[in-house]
Design a protein around this ligand. Sequence first.
Ligand SMILES: Cc1ncc(C[n+]2csc(CCOP(=O)(O)OP(=O)(O)O)c2C)c(N)n1
Ligand SMILES: [Mg+2]
Length: 614
Amino acid sequence: MGQKTVRLTMAQALARFMTRQMTVIEGEKVPIFGGVFAIFGHGNVAGVGEALYAVRDELPTYRGQNEQGMAHAAIAFAKASFRRRFMAATTSIGPGALNMVTAAALAHVNRLPILLLPGDVFANRGPDPVLQQVENFGDGTVSANDCFRPVSRYFDRITRPEQIMPALRRAMEALTDPAECGPVTLSLCQDVQAEAYDYPESFFEEKVWRTRRVLPDADEFASAAVALQKAKKPVIIAGGGVLYSEASEALRTFAENHGLPVMETQAGKSSLPHDHYLNMGSVGVTGTSAANQLAEEADLVLAVGTRLQDFTTGSWALFRNEDLEIVGLNVQPFDAGKHGAMPLVGDARTTLEALDASLGGWLADQDWTDSALKGKAEWLEAAGRATAPTNELPSDAQVIGAVQRARDNSILVCAAGGLPGELHKLWQAKGPGSYHLEYGFSTMGYEIAGGLGVKLARPYDDVVVMVGDGSYMMLNSEIASSIMLGAKLTIVLLDNAGYGCINRLQMATGGANFNNLLKDTYHEVLPQIDFAAHAASMGAVAKKVASIAELEAALKETERETRTTVLVIDTDPLITTEAGGAWWDVAVPEVSDRKQVNAARKDYEQALKDQKHV
Ligand SMILES: Cc1ncc(C[n+]2csc(CCOP(=O)(O)OP(=O)(O)O)c2C)c(N)n1
Ligand SMILES: [Mg+2]
């Protein structure tokens, strides 16, 4: 007696398999794939397209406008779902596929799951070279899709129909394992998508995926507990792993029981509510004065679920205590041992709970905790001044204040430009996930598309996207998708006529104002872009406002609006919040004819002395 089989094309088997993968959210069994974003062309319309049509009631397909944008939306869906659910994205071969590579890298850096399904050239090579095929003179196995290899957690090219079975099983492991989690690319040769095979019925049995919670090794755990008990000035850095592990409650209990101040990375912000007394806010280059003072003095950093990127560590010049120990609590060993940290490999929630129990009544020095509370009060005053309303051309911070006052309960989405730093410092996040920043790759053009993915994941929440004029110009077309899907976003567009943050960085490194603000570019005509008219042409409710007061009024008026709304406001490209912050390593030229560069180089060499190398 052989196995029971069903005759399907490879693409049909893929689609059917995806509909059978489930997970449990708040006690309810739901499909783990939230849907598929697709732009069809040659290389996926006939095979994958036909298969997705057949399962459209169980696994919805959404039409994107741009492959990068649609993949951003899919990735944001996973991030807003705390990686419990995710989506797939499928493209045609060649340009369609390669448009998605940047998004693959974004997911890779941010450790976010997405199943990428680019079409590929014919496995049988019969019609070569096909339209959009990149021919390689020296290697017949290379196609455009090899560009996905370095930015995929798992990559496979499907050249035979039965190969989809082990590939999909491996894909699901990589997508759901908390340590490995990231993008998976299954590159689907066009002819193989359409080829039939007798697949065993067992391949399509329903499977329920649950969060894997890894317990720490006994020795690592004991060493970490000893290090903590020795510490007098300990702090916690909360990264994105706290949110993905749904460890906010465990973090709060641990911090309260032992008197540890908590500071948050971009991905970790909203781990604790902003007004929790031990939440010092953001840390590092875009950190609050409260957090950074403590980081400078700390003798122990418990780094939870963080990659410790340079914005967090001030390029490793932030921590000044000679006796500093770092305990790296992370589910991924790659991160846990960074920069000589004592690794504590484990799930954030379970490990924090276990540490809490094992530390008993141990408390950080009372003076330390008291100084944290004092530092926070001082910071809040400075932040209040930065975000207060104005009648003049506003700063980014003043726009942030207006959005906060008008839409306090929304999910805030952003990614690149000057805004992330200001938001990191100043946005007052409430519940876990209410602050959604893509700052691992900081990809211009994530904002609006990302907002769409957040709205699909959390349809009952109000989603506010804040975006600069530069990022808007780079990728705005998923506004049309948000209108099509009835997924309402409120987009606040800050127009400072150029790349404000890079212009400021250019000045800070001694450079001439060159090629960043539109006025400093080579041009025959200075562009005067009517962003409101542009957004309205895609179906959005759009309005240009003339002041902070008008912005607040418009934000309140449009709260009940059901269509995506774009509010445009002019801002000052030169002002940022001076309070807080820390050094960031940006290499300044060693020789230059500009005296401003020479001066900046001198300061740079001085600053490098504080950088720690391990
Ligand atoms: C895809 C991409 N290209 C280039 C950059 C480098 N970059 C970072 S911010 C920025 C300018 C952003 O301009 P805008 O959105 O107007 O924000 P602003 O700096 O004015 O606040 C640039 C070019 C990037 N992060 N992503
Ligand atoms: Mg700008």
